[in-house]
Design a protein around this ligand. Sequence first.
Ligand SMILES: [Zn+2]
Length: 233
Amino acid sequence: VGIWDARSAGPKENAVTIKAYLNDTSLQTTALVTSVALDAASGRAIVRLDRTLFHPQGGGQKSDRGTLGGVAVTHVTHAVEGQVDHFLATSEHVLRVGTEVSLEVDAAWRAVNASSHTAGHLLAALVERRYPGVRAEAGHHWPGEARVEFVGPVDKLLEDLRQHLEHDAHDAIANDLVVTVEGDPFHSRTVRIGTFPAVPCGGTHVTSTAALATLVMTGVRVKSGRLRVSYRT
Ligand SMILES: [Zn+2]
């Protein structure tokens, strides 16, 4: 669920942004400004750094928000050649190349997205465990429209799913399963909930399933051979 290619994230060349959020869950640091440009489409300043704690949008997960040098960062994306673009809420060139700036990730927004994303992992793991041959194929974890999609023999599952999935999820939450990030953070990063199988992931996560106590399933349906489980956290 929510997989993007973490292999391209390593600090192999000077040009890349070190994606420090992959192995560092802290939300404040300083970083060096390596480029500032103006986005032609939005007129906003785009800043690149030598390293970042901001999770860029991708893998079905919204980007982090926060501040750079006290200026609001409203959007963050993966850019070419391993770079990360930080979109500022201003068209001014307020940050200068070669200067050290403070970086602060919005903790509340990080928690919202980490919860929604981790819940997607949990639902994928629970469905795959209960129904052999069914496989999570896509995840979209944006708050308000979160869902996981499954392929495989899903056609006759609906009644059974509706009976069991919410209960399975609340069992997992009550047992407060630990969420662990394993592997080389830049090349083979995986995430594991409890003793469920580890899955490749470059996203942000809560540290245990107790943080998902507000999880509610909002819809379960099958369309064109795909099972979609919608939820909110
Ligand atoms: Zn993940």
